[in-house]
Design a protein around this ligand. Structure first.
Ligand SMILES: [Zn+2]
Length: 116
């Protein structure tokens, strides 16, 4: 799960780490927003691959979310796995009926918040 690659960012070599992957572009962006709301700089990768396919990409083309700073990796992992001790059970959106993974408190499709 933990994979590190060398990447050129702003002309400097730097280690970036993947914290999340999904077949769903909206979920990937939602995850990035979640991280950035906590002050963690994150990027979405492989979105071009996905849109080029025009449908669900195969496993090797999963859309990935990466953090740019090593120091943020553990924080990001904890945030995505158990944000502030919330129940992680999957839930269904009351507004649009979309199935949402437990780490999210807001529907990625319609923006409605999870009912308490
Ligand atoms: Zn919804």
């Amino acid at each position: 799960m933990r994979r590190a690659v060398r990447s050129v960012v702003a002309g400097q070599f730097q280690t970036v780490k993947r914290v999340f992957s999904s077949h769903n572009l909206q979920v990937a962006y939602h995850t990035r927003n979640l991280l950035e709301a906590e002050g963690i700089t994150a990027v979405v990768k492989n979105e071009m691959l996905s849109s080029a396919m025009g449908e669900l990409p195969p496993a090797e083309c999963q859309i990935e979310v990466w953090v740019l700073r090593d120091a943020d990796f553990e924080t990001a992992n904890q945030l995505l796995r158990s944000p502030r001790g919330r129940n992680e059970a999957p839930w269904t959106c009351d507004s649009c009926g979309e199935g949402i993974e437990g780490q999210f408190t807001q529907c990625w499709r319609c923006g409605a918040y999870r009912r308490a």
